[in-house]
Design a protein. Structure first.
Length: 295
């Protein structure tokens, strides 16, 4: 049996899965030309062309599809074996999360998760420089907005309701959507749903920008709790403050809310073999009352 270089098979598998030498190179931490060279070396050793090449993409031909079925299966078996006997044994979850989702929703639930799964170790990082998983720094990411990278498993985390929220003592002044035209409106600069969208949904011309501005939802929510004005935020992110009576939705049932899918759980296909990733995925979707994912 002819021995084929593992590095060439890795390059082939990544290129076949992503449909791009560039994306495969980003995933493997090498240049697109190195991926192309490795694939051509594999084709030469096998005596078969595996891809139909275009200017910016590559597509498996019949021979490539046949090889990919076996190579993908083989890599999955290897990864599962390594996870089973490796030093991490699948117990460590290296998670990246959007800052406001981490602070407002995930952190309050970690204690319960770890109590139910005492074998689990969590390393959590929060930031806006979302990982691309090239250097195996993270197993999974809860990102805000659709992921930009191809070749990942993507699980939308359900629709969120965005509505005006304020401290109870301000709520008495807001009885209709038009009352917000004179209110102090707290802006979240990096949100996908902002005040203009809410006013448009309620068929009202939005007022000129004014009031406090923040670049993270958790700061806008805290500002609303402190009475700085009315925040337009997700009820998911503000659920603790709403439950505690620190924030109320003064226009509930009186105006149109905006619904959208804000967050996604994403991870590389190789990560689905890890025990911690599979467990966290099922726990997360259960907490959000979502259908069990098929991974």
């Amino acid at each position: 049996m002819r021995r084929l270089p593992l590095s060439a098979l890795q390059a082939f598998e990544a290129a076949a899965r992503t449909g791009s030498f560039r994306a495969a190179g980003e995933e493997l931490g090498i240049s697109p030309s190195a991926v192309s060279h490795a694939v051509r070396k594999l084709e030469s050793l096998m005596g078969a062309v595996l891809f139909d090449r275009q200017s910016r993409a590559v597509h498996l031909n019949t021979a490539g599809e046949a090889l990919m079925r076996h190579v993908a299966s083989g890599f999955d078996e290897m990864r599962q074996g390594i996870e089973t006997v490796g030093s991490r044994s699948g117990n460590l979850l290296r998670l990246h999360c959007a800052p406001s989702m981490a602070a407002q929703w995930l952190m309050p639930r970690l204690r319960d998760l770890l109590a139910k799964q005492p074998w689990l170790e969590v390393r959590l990082a929060a930031g806006v420089d979302y990982p691309r998983f090239e250097h195996d720094e993270f197993d999974a990411d809860i990102c805000y907005g659709p992921p930009r990278q191809e070749g990942l498993i993507v699980i939308p985390l359900g629709e969120e309701t965005v509505t005006p929220l304020c401290a109870p003592d301000l709520a008495a002044q807001i009885t209709s959507a038009k009352d917000l035209l004179d209110a102090k409106l707290i802006e979240s600069d990096n949100k996908r749903v902002r005040w203009n969208s809410w006013f448009d949904a309620n068929e009202i011309a939005p007022p000129a920008p004014r009031g406090s501005r923040f670049d993270r939802s958790f700061m806008a929510i805290a500002a609303a709790v402190d009475g700085l004005g009315v925040a337009l935020e997700s009820t998911r992110l503000a659920e603790r403050e709403i439950a505690a009576g620190q924030l109320v939705a003064p226009l509930a049932g009186r105006a149109k809310d905006v619904g959208y899918v804000g967050h996604y759980l994403v991870f590389p296909r190789v990560a689905k073999a890890r025990r911690a990733v599979r467990m966290f995925t099922h726990w997360l979707t259960q907490e959000l009352s979502l259908p069990p994912p098929k991974i």
